[in-house]
Ligand binder design. Structure first.
Ligand code: FAD
Length: 479
């Protein structure tokens, strides 16, 4: 039992694993933390772990384990009071500041998921008490050792019209149960941070299984035999933080996951075939409320980062006198204040749920996860509309170091910076709004929490509206 991890411990652990991970047609061999696609983002993740050890942040980022007495990460904290919720938010935001809100899978995301599944572990006993016990043991194991996780819960995109029964011979399914555990065969999408985590959690959130072969939940080490991760191409491109300020640091990577008769030992199985648990898991665990609280806390910081970038662009080329620029800035400020409003409102109206956890109010969070995927592309459009050619007049670091460097410093100067510093800012704006990294961020914000169309349907179903209805009924009853 060790408590909070350091960045070095995280890197060493991942390097020691023999995870089967492929990129550009080759299996990665050697230290994954030195591979060009993973180097930057793993260093960023390591910095997050190190922040937990900073003396001045320890009270915020950690708490004492009820089991071992060791310091463990605040994102594992099951909130019992509104103060706990606030502490969780501040901790999440401390990490988000360190990654400019660009790492959707910073460890607090998965830690929050485990916290929820542990709090609601009784749900798993509907199938089998041992499954509930396994869930609690697993949460404790990850918490006490501060291990990192990725997750997959989507069936491959083959023929969506076939709904739950789609791609039976493709989508990962349970093919048998043995004395040692369950055997999984097939594939799943889409594991963000795949290959750079210790473990993978596989579960049926949002999958509407109507066949018990798809009703499973488990977690295994990423180097379990038979497990393969196949990455997209890297958007980190180069090491240079000047050229790719965001991609070189925060490209989290996404991978398809193949299960080739993977044996999941019984102690790691949380669900194996029970369609009732499968259907209750998302709603009854209150997965949504806690994860959305993490997401919105992070996205407040992301929006602050965007607003700061936009204001520096305005000052850089001195365009603040134009009314449409002020109006566009105001759109960004409104987005930021709206997100903060959703977040604080969710905490203010938080209530203890059936698992004894202080649960944020879902109404503002439902609004937030429907709002942000729509406003985020607009924020990126505003960066483009304000920056214009500034997003392509961006020679790279090597150009500035070459003989032409002085000419570039002069000719690309802005109202308040020389060419080198102006291009540094505009390369950031480009990486946010236009590069492969920036486009992936847009796609991420649109889809990572699920299809926006179905999220809107979820809002229609779950939004609490009794007070509005009563207002109208009382009005109608007046005569
Ligand atoms: C950058 C990124 C990172 C991600 N990271 C992860 C991760 O770490 N782990 C993970 O498990 N998943 C991850 N995802 C996957 C994410 O959860 C899915 O993208 C999301 O749930 C939507 O599913 P899909 O991509 O299969 O889209 P599809 O369901 O195939 O949808 C495609 C289109 O068809 C429409 N459509 C399909 N079915 C219906 C229907 N029944 N009703 C109405 N419209 C429908 C959709 O609206 C959409 O327009 C990630 C996705 C992205 C883009």
């Amino acid at each position: 039992m060790m408590g909070i991890s350091t960045g070095k411990q995280y890197i060493d652990r991942i390097n020691k694993r023999n995870t089967n991970i492929w990129i550009d047609g080759n299996r990665i061999t050697g230290n994954i933390s030195e591979h060009p696609a993973f180097k930057g983002v793993m260093a960023s993740q390591a910095k997050l772990y190190d922040l937990q050890h900073k003396q001045e942040l320890k009270d915020l980022m950690t708490f004492e384990s009820p089991k071992s007495g060791n310091l463990i990460g605040t994102s594992f904290l099951d909130p019992k009071t509104k103060e706990d919720l606030e502490k969780r938010r501040l901790m999440i935001q401390e990490w988000a500041k360190a990654h400019a809100g660009m790492m959707g899978r910073s460890p607090d995301y998965m830690n929050t998921i485990l916290m929820v599944l542990n709090a609601a572990s009784d749900l798993f006993s509907v199938e089998d008490d041992q499954c509930a016990e396994n869930m609690r043991n697993y949460y404790e194991y990850i918490r006490e050792n501060d291990l990192s996780l990725t997750h997959v819960f989507v069936k491959p995109q083959n023929d969506r019209s076939k709904k739950g029964v789609a791609s039976e011979n493709i989508a990962a399914r349970m093919i048998k149960e043995t004395e040692e555990g369950i055997i999984i065969n097939g594939s799943r999408i889409l594991a963000t941070q795949a290959g750079m985590t210790d473990e993978i959690l596989v579960y049926p959130i949002g999958s509407n299984a109507n066949d018990d072969a798809f009703a499973y939940a488990f977690a295994i080490p990423c180097d379990t035999p038979g497990l393969t991760f196949i990455c997209r191409e890297s958007f980190a491109y180069k090491d240079s933080h000047y050229d790719h300020p965001l991609g070189s640091r925060y490209d989290e990577m996404d991978a398809v996951v193949l299960f080739d008769d993977v044996l999941v030992p019984w102690e790691r199985v949380f669900l194996h075939g029970n369609l009732v648990v499968n259907s209750l898991l998302y709603t009854q665990s209150h997965f949504f409320e806690h994860i959305a609280h993490q997401v919105v806390s992070k996205n407040v910081i992301k929006t602050e980062f965007i607003l700061g970038t936009i204001e520096l662009i305005i000052k850089s080329i001195n365009i603040s006198e134009y009314q449409h620029i002020k109006e566009k800035f105001s759109e960004v400020a409104i987005a930021l204040e709206t997100m903060k409003g959703f977040l604080y409102q969710s905490e203010k109206n938080a209530k203890i749920n059936q698992w004894g956890s202080m649960m944020p109010d879902p109404n503002p969070l439902l609004a937030a996860v429907n709002y942000y995927p729509k406003i985020y592309p607009r924020l990126m459009e505003i960066i483009q509309l304000m920056s214009a050619s500034g997003l392509v007049a961006i020679p790279n670091e090597q150009d500035f170091q070459a003989d032409i460097g002085d000419d570039l410093k002069k000719h690309l100067q802005s109202a308040n910076q020389d060419g080198y510093d102006k291009v540094k800012l505009f390369r950031l704006a480009w990486d946010l709004s236009m590069s492969a990294f920036g486009s992936r961020q847009q796609l991420y914000e649109r889809f990572f929490f699920g299809d926006p169309v179905r999220l809107a349907n979820q809002l229609y179903t779950d939004y609490k509206r009794e007070s509005s209805i009563n207002l109208v009924k009382e009005f109608l009853e007046q005569d």
